[in-house]
Unconditional design. Structure first.
Length: 404
């Protein structure tokens, strides 16, 4: 009988410490999602377009600096780049905490995004784990991000109720400092970082190939769309809960918590059907359809009960797709291009967050809520149509199922 080699003590320490680091950082980013549309509206200079920019601008600097920071980490080491990125993130959090206008929030969020260490953290995971353990390690880090999202939607409103939006940003700065301590004290130092494809021409070729590969392009467009819709939703959902459902902003966590917990119940059948039932392509399409249906419900219903149903459906579809996409990228990519492909994927993810916030806020201010909802529906439908004719494309073959 063939048995799988377990993780070594060094690998367990690596994955545990980096997952904790990543979760602290993402917790700080996610906590403001259910808050900015409400609390920033009280600041001087606030408008739907400026609030949308404040919500999504971190994604722009994340997208622009993700690959350069990864390149820098190849030359000066992973840990110095991660520590520098966390300090930038802490600085941005302090600027936002001390802001007395929405413009200060935008500046702080821009600096937060400048700490673009996601690709460097993943590269360090690769440096410190064996090939046969790498997928498991990446999945564990991914799980920590999902947990951070759930905790943030509950913790953010609770902290803001006690000390306002500034308290959330101060907590975020503290989490960044704790992250620096984790890097220094807990994260192992690799003997030698991977420097594959350090030649500029080779890197450019890998980036071009990652962009032009049809299977990867479908996945990159998908993650852009998913995070565009996520940011657009959080421009709308908090206002509905406060104004239409009559729920005080400090009690919004009482809506998000059950919706997120029940979404796990909804995800389990999808995971089982995809992994054990051999229907990954069909379930993937179903996940997109759930997001499409949820947008329509959230955007056009006036019933509070139906709105809650739509929120649950959205979290089921979003969490399933968010968990599935990175694994598909890592298993679809051509030989020798995994790091570059994940960098391009992360860039598309953050660009989607920026576009969803900035463009969504602009549409709300100068057009209408209906126009924003229709745009999200068009993007979701286009994604579904792009995936549909592939049947069992290389990105969605049964032998490339995500590890769950």
């Amino acid at each position: 009988m063939i048995t799988e080699n377990p993780m070594t003590a060094l690998e367990k320490r690596t994955v545990g410490s980096l997952a904790l680091l990543y979760s602290f950082r993402m917790l700080g980013l996610f906590m403001v999602l259910p808050l900015l549309a409400l609390y920033a509206a009280d600041l001087p200079g606030a408008s739907p377009s400026m609030i949308g920019l404040a919500l999504g601008v971190y994604g722009l600097t994340q997208a622009l600096l993700q690959i350069p920071f990864g390149w820098l980490s190849d030359h000066v080491g992973r840990k110095p780049v991660i520590i520098g990125g966390l300090m930038l993130f802490a600085l941005g959090s302090i600027v936002a905490a001390m802001a007395d206008s929405v413009y200060g929030i935008v500046l702080g969020r821009t600096l937060q995004g400048a700490g673009a260490i996601a690709s460097t953290v993943m590269a360090l995971v690769a440096d410190l784990t064996r090939e046969e353990q790498r997928t498991k390690a990446m999945a564990m880090v991914g799980i920590s991000i999902g947990l951070s999202f759930a905790v943030a939607l509950v913790l953010g409103p609770v902290v803001a109720a006690a000390g306002g939006l500034a308290a959330v940003f101060w907590l975020t700065a503290l989490l960044a400092v704790v992250g620096v301590a984790i890097v220094i004290l807990l994260v192992p130092t690799p003997q030698q970082s991977s420097t594959e494809h350090s030649d500029v021409g080779a890197r450019a070729g890998l980036i071009k190939r990652s962009l032009l590969d049809p299977a990867l392009a479908r996945l990159n467009f998908g993650v852009f769309t998913l995070h565009f819709i996520l940011m657009a939703c959080f421009l709308v959902v908090p206002g509905f809960l406060e104004q239409s459902a009559g729920i005080d902003r400090d009690r919004h966590w009482m809506v998000y918590l059950p919706a997120l917990l029940l979404s796990i119940v909804g995800m389990v059948p999808l995971m089982i059907l995809a992994e054990r039932g051999g229907r990954l392509h069909q379930v993937f399409l179903l996940g997109i359809a759930l997001v499409f249906a949820a947008i329509a419900i959230l955007g056009f219903t006036s019933s509070t009960a139906i709105f809650y149903l739509g929120l649950w459906v959205f979290f089921v579809g979003f969490n399933y797709l968010e968990a599935t996409l990175p694994s598909l990228v890592s298993k679809t990519v051509f030989a020798g291009g995994k790091g570059t492909a994940m960098g391009v994927y992360s860039t598309c993810q953050f660009l989607g967050a920026f576009a969803g916030g900035a463009a969504g806020g602009w549409i709300l201010q100068y057009m209408s809520l209906a126009a924003l909802i229709v745009l999200c529906l068009i993007l979701a439908a286009l994604w579904w149509l792009i995936v549909l004719p592939a049947g069992q494309p290389s990105a969605l073959k049964q032998d490339q199922l995500p590890d769950t």
